[in-house]
Design a protein around this ligand. Structure first.
Ligand code: PGA
Length: 252
């Protein structure tokens, strides 16, 4: 399966900075990458990114993604953005359940599962983030936590589960410069793969990304692990050269 390298820009960017970053990526992507590439940008910039992509041939294969979606279809939900709106703006992906949303916005396993369902119903691939905190890891609960988080999504989405992307992001590794070792990450990915296998006979199609301080220096080793099918990249996705290096490290 082709790997997926997805940038998570988080709450960064401006009209000018986005254009400069996209130009630098276009310059570096003159040869079609061996992996799938996506950028998940703040919702107000989706239309800009779509327009920038349409005028730069080197970026035609880069998928557009959002960072969150409402679990509701439409109506009186002030401030929320629906999956249909994201689809309208050309989104192929949406991140759901990022640990920053679980932590700062109280998102529960059930809400994250409902958001994944809303995305799937609109024809958008949800990139479902799961991962343990440092306290949970130190208490030996990593496996139990990630399995619980994924189980909620499986429960709500049934056979559609083969259409999702999973991103394993240990919370202690996000934005900290502390990456899970390739072996630590692979061990969790193998657990998730087995869980998906038990849920669907299409599990081989489900990409399991690693995220958490993946960068230009450590990407190749992480991506060489048998069950790591790509990366969800935060900080390093804001630096064109680093993001391009990670993309180049993601061959089949
Ligand atoms: P990071 O973020 O690469 O900056 O650690 C990853 C993420 O939060 O998706």
């Amino acid at each position: 399966m082709k790997k997926l390298i997805a940038g998570n820009w988080k709450m960064n960017g401006s009209l000018a900075a986005n254009e400069a970053l996209l130009d630098a990526l276009a310059q570096g992507l003159t040869v079609a990458p061996a992996c799938e590439v996506a950028v998940c940008v703040p919702a107000p910039y989706l239309a800009q990114l779509r327009a920038l992509k349409s005028t730069r041939a080197a970026l035609s294969a880069v998928g557009l993604g959002a960072q969150d979606v409402s679990a509701h279809a439409s109506g009186a939900y002030t401030g929320e953005v629906s999956a249909a709106m994201l689809k309208d703006l050309g989104c192929r992906y949406v991140i759901v359940g990022h640990s920053e949303r679980r932590q700062y916005h109280g998102e529960t396993d059930v809400l994250v599962a409902d958001k994944a369902k809303a995305a799937l119903a609109a024809g958008i691939t949800p990139v479902v983030c799961i991962g343990e905190t440092l306290a949970e890891r130190e208490a030996g609960h990593t496996e139990e936590v990630v399995k619980r988080q994924l189980a909620a999504v499986i429960h709500t989405n049934g056979h559609c589960i083969s259409e999702i992307v999973v991103a394993y992001e240990p919370v202690w590794a996000i934005g900290t410069g502390k990456t899970a070792s390739p072996e630590e990450a692979q061990a969790v990915h193998a657990v998730l793969r087995a869980q998906l296998k038990a849920a669907t006979d299409q599990s081989a199609r489900v990409k399991i990304l690693y995220g958490g301080s993946m960068n230009a220096a450590n990407a190749a080793l992480l991506l060489a692990q048998g069950d790591i099918d790509g990366g969800l990249i935060g900080g390093a996705a804001l630096k064109a050269q680093d993001f391009l290096t990670i993309i180049a490290a993601a061959h089949a």
